[in-house]
Structures are given as structure tokens and as C-alpha cells.
Design a protein around this ligand. Structure first.
Ligand code: HEC
Ligand code: HEC
Length: 275
């Protein structure tokens, strides 16, 4: 049917401290991230590997949290940690009663993982504006595979979506546009793409068919504009006359319910490569 869904997918600025749930801890909202010198690249790489195997499953690839663990970006432990000294007790003892297992990590391993986790604040956070700097956290290759499986029946990366990221350079708007085309305008701006209108076919009891673009449909009437520009309004009662709505975006609404977070990140990461 004819329902416009507005979808807003935005990373939340990590100003709140604590994981989700809060669990009663006193949390001081923060307005600025601590200054931190860039970590040692070798340590970060080792940490990335350890994190990927041991932590990502619960805390998410981007440390923003997952199904089984809170966002580390908003953790005051992580915020105050310098080189793993505050993260270490959590990792080494776990919080088994709350779903965080313990890990037999050496001090070096813990500080490597900490170095990796700390890269997200540097990379994912624009201190001057309290805004995440990028939402491109997915894997473009996985996004390409997902695209081939779920989108390529209707779209082509060289045809209609060729150069889409040049057309829509804003990452958030690009993401919102592919999730629900037409919704990307958001805050007052026009949607970045012009969509084909929703059309309707009304079949009268006589068998006569009237086609046009749908203006309005409710339980009592259907209004449409035919190809020659004539506006028609017809009373409806139950199934008479027969009203068939063709919404080009139906597939997008159906797909919307099927995406996992990772799919969303991956597809966006792929689409930004289409210059
Ligand atoms: C099986 C899921 C799971 C895995 C795997 C996991 N965590 Fe956790 N983690 C949690 C949960 C759940 C909590 C929240 C516990 C609580 O509420 O006190 C947590 C809490 C934390 C916290 C404390 C956040 C805070 O502010 O209270 C840190 C730091 C942390 N995890 C780091 C890690 C690191 C590093 C790894 C990998 C070495 C890891 N976790 C692996 C589930 C997990
Ligand atoms: C069954 C067909 C179908 C599938 C599957 C589909 N789309 Fe669409 N998509 C459409 C239609 C129809 C439009 C609206 C085009 C119009 O009105 O001009 C659209 C619009 C878009 C737009 C707006 C840009 C433009 O040029 O109009 C983007 C971006 C987009 N889709 C991306 C995707 C992605 C990514 C997937 C897979 C996750 C996907 N679509 C799956 C049919 C589909």
C-alpha cells in the first residue's frame, strides 16, 4: 500500500558513557574526548586481529556494540583507559554474571586490543563537532556480494546506480537513500533522487480500466491523474471498483525488514565506491 516510511539510521554521538542499560552506575555525560596520541601501528594491527577473533562478535566490528555486548565507544572505562590498564581487569576477569567472558590475555595482548579500540575514537569521532566522522565501517567486498544477491535483479552498478556516490556524496544520505529511496532529504532538503510515481489501475464493474498516477487512496475513494492530465476521483465500496496500486518502492520496504546491521554497513561501504 501507499505508506511512506521515514528511516533514519545515524550513529549516536558517544556522549553518554556506560553501556546500554546503564545498570545504575553514575554516569557523567562527556562533551569532549580525551586527547590521545596516535597508537603504535604494529600494536593496533595485532589488536585488530585479537579483537576480530575475541571481541567483535559481541561488541561489533566498529566497537559500537552488537547483539550481545554494549558499545565500547560509550564506555567510561574505555574513555578513561590509556594503554589497557582499565580495560585489562574487565578482559582478564570478565563479568561472567553479565555475559562478558574472561580472556587469558597477556598484558601486551590487552594493551594491543586497547590500542585498537582507541583508534575508533580517533577515527570515528570529530572532536570539534561532536559528530561521528564517518559511517563507512562496513566491508565493501561483502557489500558487493550482497548487492549481487539482493539488488542486481533491479539495479546495475554501471547503469542506474553508476556513480551514485558522486550523485549523493553525503554518506548518511546515500545510506538513507538506498535503504528507502526518496527518504534521504531529511531535514527540509529535497530527496536526492526523483522517484517514479506510485501508479494505480482502477477496473470499473463494466470492465473499463482507468490508469494513472495515484493522488490519494482511502477506504472510500481513490483519486488519480491520467496520462492526459485529467484528475479523476472515484468512490469505492469494498472491492468495487477494483483498485490495484503499483508502488515502485514496494521491494524496498520488503527488503528493509531483512537487513542485518552488517548488511547495511557493507552495502553502504560498497556504494561509496561507485564514483
Ligand atoms: C560473549 C560476549 C562478549 C565478548 C566475546 C566480549 N564481551 Fe566485553 N562485554 C560483554 C558484555 C555483556 C559486557 C557488559 C557487562 C556489564 O554489563 O557489566 C561487556 C563489557 C565490556 C567492557 C566494559 C564496558 C563498561 O564500560 O562497563 C569492556 C571494556 C569490554 N567488554 C571489552 C571486551 C574486549 C576487549 C573483548 C575481547 C577481548 C570483549 N569485551 C569480549 C560481552 C562480551
Ligand atoms: C525488485 C526491484 C528492486 C530491488 C530488489 C531493489 N531495488 Fe532499489 N529501487 C527499485 C526501484 C523501483 C526504485 C525506484 C526507482 C525510481 O523510482 O526511479 C529503486 C531505487 C533505488 C535507489 C535510488 C536511486 C535511484 O536511482 O533511483 C537506490 C540507491 C537503490 N534503489 C538501491 C538498492 C539497493 C542497494 C538494493 C539492494 C539492497 C535495492 N535497491 C534493491 C527497485 C529495486
Amino acid at each position: 500500500m501507499f505508506v511512506v516510511a521515514a528511516v533514519t539510521i545515524e550513529a549516536q554521538p558517544p556522549t553518554q558513557g556506560g553501556g546500554r542499560g546503564g545498570r545504575g552506575a553514575a554516569i557523567t555525560p562527556r562533551t569532549a574526548y580525551p586527547e590521545r596520541p596516535p597508537g603504535d601501528p604494529a600494536a593496533i594491527e595485532r589488536g585488530r586481529a585479537l579483537y576480530g577473533v575475541n571481541c567483535q562478535f559481541c561488541h561489533g566490528a566498529d566497537t559500537r556494540g552488537g547483539d550481545s555486548g554494549p558499545s565500547l565507544l560509550r564506555s567510561s572505562i574505555v574513555l578513561d583507559d590509556q594503554r589497557g590498564e582499565l580495560i585489562a581487569p574487565v578482559v582478564q576477569n570478565g563479568r561472567p554474571d553479565r555475559g562478558m567472558p574472561k580472556f587469558a590475555f597477556s598484558r601486551e595482548q590487552t594493551s594491543d586490543v586497547a590500542a585498537f579500540i582507541h583508534t575508533f575514537k580517533a577515527a570515528g569521532y570529530d572532536e570539534s563537532r561532536l559528530k561521528p566522522a564517518s559511517i563507512i565501517v562496513g566491508d565493501a567486498k561483502a557489500g558487493a556480494a550482497f548487492f549481487d544477491a539482493k539488488c542486481a535483479a533491479c539495479h546495475s552498478t554501471t547503469g542506474d546506480l553508476g556513480g551514485i556516490s558522486t550523485k549523493i556524496p553525503d554518506e548518511r544520505m546515500l545510506q538513507q537513500t538506498w535503504l528507502m529511496p526518496g527518504s534521504g532529504g531529511g531535514r527540509g532538503g529535497p530527496p536526492p533522487v526523483t522517484l517514479k510515481p506510485v501508479t494505480v489501475t482502477v477496473t470499473l464493474p463494466s470492465g473499463e480500466k482507468i490508469d494513472g498516477t495515484l493522488d490519494r487512496l482511502d477506504d472510500f475513494a481513490v483519486s488519480l491523474t491520467t496520462a492526459d492530465g485529467t484528475r479523476r476521483s472515484l468512490r469505492t465500496s469494498g472491492d468495487t471498483p477494483k483498485v490495484e496500486v503499483h508502488d515502485p518502492l514496494e521491494p524496498h520496504r520488503d527488503l528493509l525488514r531483512t537487513y542485518a546491521d552488517a548488511d547495511i554497513h557493507n552495502v553502504t561501504a560498497f556504494l561509496v565506491t561507485l564514483k
